[in-house]
Each structure stands twice: as C-alpha cells, then as structure tokens.
Design a protein around this ligand. Structure first.
Ligand code: 3SL
Length: 248
C-alpha cells in the first residue's frame, strides 16, 4: 500500500520527498474551506498568491478577475471579497477568476509547488477528498497550514480525520497516526467535531472578529463535493467534482 504522512506546519515539509507525492494542503479556518466553497459556486478558477502586492498586480492584469483574501482575518483595502466562505455565493463568483491571498493557506500551497499533485482539504470537503485520494497510488502528505507559523488544532483535526478515513488504502506513518489519534481524542473530549474546532485558538480569534458563523460553517463535515486541485504550472486551482451520493 502507498504511505501517508503529515506535517503540522508547511515549514516542516521535506521538499525532496514531496516530488513524487500528493500534497494535501489544509487550512480549515478558513482558506481551504473558502476555496472549495468558491469552486462549488461556480468560480472558474482561483489563483492563490502569497503576497498582497502580487495579488493586486495579477488581478490588475487579468481584467475581470476578482481580488480576494485577508490579512489578520480582515479584507484588505480595495479587495472585492474577504475570506468568509459565505461571501463566495454563486452571484458573487460564478464564472469568475479569483485572485486569492491569505496569510497562511495560500503560502502553504506554494510551499508544495514541487509535489506530484497539490489538492486542498477541509472538513467541508472531507468525504469528496477521501474518495479522490483513496484511488491514488502515490504517497500522500497532509500539510497543515497552521496559523502564523504556529500549529493549529483545527488543521490537525482535519488531517487526523483524513488519516483515519484512508486507513484501508494508505499505510499511515507515525506522524499520520499521531494526528489521527489526536483528532479522535479531541473530538471525544469536547463531545463533537464542531466543539473541538470551536475550542481552537484560531476559532476564538475569528469569533472575536465577528466571524463565528464561518467557524460553524467550516466545521460541517462533507457538505461540499468539490476537491480543489492546484496546478503550479498554470498557477490555477480548479475543482474535481465527486458525485454527492458517495460523500462519506
Ligand atoms: O491564513 C489563512 O490562510 C486564513 O485562512 C486565515 S483567516 O481565517 O482568514 O484569519
């Protein structure tokens, strides 16, 4: 069986090992949840960008592209959309190219440029992602984005749930086993997945900023059938759709 490993921060990635691997970038709060939502609502593609200046430049060149993202959780001046999944409605993003820059998530994606393939994961697309990954023969590395270079509980929980769901197709190494056990322990001790995520540092910060609804939305398991796929060659994220009935 192919193997599965995990890192709690992208800075811990072994770049050499990435080459033949599928990297799954996870930023539950909120970038990878928002990306899946945008694609589900018809965005043509998303261009993840590490800095605000490059995002402005790229959006300027791509005439009809929308400038989207956050710094410190807040929409920067002149941006059309922030980083709340609720903003990414069909009306707002249908048929559009989005240039997205976020503090941690889009940076993590670019740190995986060398991978064989880069997918993104969240709690909302967990079932679709697992369906997709279970068909692959490559080594998988789960890449938690973290928050400001610190480990994030919600990303670790999502990685642990993915590791648990892939047990029959991918052999977890100790890093993946550790996150699986930690995720199950956190969910059990808090009483639910939603409460475990709500207990995280990042959830508390988003709550203070008035984004509590985003935290609750991001905690809904497998409601989105889209698996976002980042192609470093084109710089674009597009969606692979899984049939709804197969979502676990
Ligand atoms: O850092 C990120 O990528 C964001 O998702 C952070 S926030 O939820 O918008 O604060």
């Amino acid at each position: 069986m192919p193997t599965l490993s995990a890192v709690t921060l992208p800075d811990h990635l072994d770049q050499e090992k990435l080459t033949g691997s599928i990297a799954v970038v996870i930023d539950v709060l909120r970038a990878t949840t928002t990306i899946a939502q945008a694609l589900q609502h018809g965005a043509r593609c998303i261009i993840p960008v590490a800095s605000i200046d490059s995002a402005r430049m790229i959006a300027h060149k791509r005439q009809s592209a929308l400038l989207c993202g956050e710094r410190g959780g807040i929409k920067p001046e002149g941006f059309t959309l922030g980083n709340s999944p609720a903003e990414y409605t069909q009306q707002a993003v249908g048929g559009r190219d989005l240039v997205l820059t976020t503090t941690n998530g889009t940076r993590a994606m670019h740190m995986c440029d060398a991978a064989y393939e880069v997918l993104t994961g969240s709690i909302t697309n967990l079932g679709a992602l697992v369906n997709e990954l279970s068909t692959r023969d490559q080594h998988i590395v789960l890449v938690c984005s973290g928050t400001d270079r610190k480990v994030s509980l919600e990303d670790a929980i999502a990685a642990g749930l993915i590791a648990q769901a892939l047990q029959s197709t991918h052999t977890p190494d100790d890093s993946a086993t550790l996150l699986r056990d930690a995720a199950l322990g956190a969910i059990q001790s808090h009483g639910s997945l939603e409460l475990a995520i709500a207990s995280s540092f990042h959830a508390a910060r988003l709550n203070d900023l008035g984004f509590g609804a985003d935290v609750r939305f991001a905690s809904q398991r497998s409601c989105c059938p889209i698996v976002p796929r980042f192609d470093p060659a084109t710089g674009e994220i597009t969606g692979i759709e899984q049939p709804q009935k197969t979502l676990g």
